[in-house]
Design a protein around this ligand. Sequence first.
Ligand SMILES: [Zn+2]
Length: 146
Amino acid sequence: MLGDWSKHCETNPFSVSTSITPDCELAGYKWSTTIDRNSILYWYDDFYVVPSSNAHKTPSTWLDLYRSRQWLTFNDFLIWQQSCWLVAPLKSCSCPIGMKQYSCKHSVGLAILFNLYQVSDKTRIQPLGKRKTKGRPKKVSTALKL
Ligand SMILES: [Zn+2]
């Protein structure tokens, strides 16, 4: 039993990166096509500040507050916390999904924007919606029916 366990570790090493699910890839791709690139703020190293969907603060204001840590009330802190996310492409994100699953639409989306991640063709096609169905179009009734 110990031998099997030992050999299993050799073929399946400890994971140092998270897997990206097709749903996460699709969400990241959609996010990367809708985000205003001017709103993405580079901070340092791999870290960027991106606005959340219900942002009450701009990324630069968010970063100033992050550095100063001067929130007047706890409610101010909560509003600040949910306004922007601190993202490292394909590594981490401070949004709730990123904190739980280690990969989210922000980290994947930024990687797509920076050409660090290649989107599969299946994902690229999906947001385009349902295409015209095969075959002849439905028979249209005559306009002047008397
Ligand atoms: Zn995120």
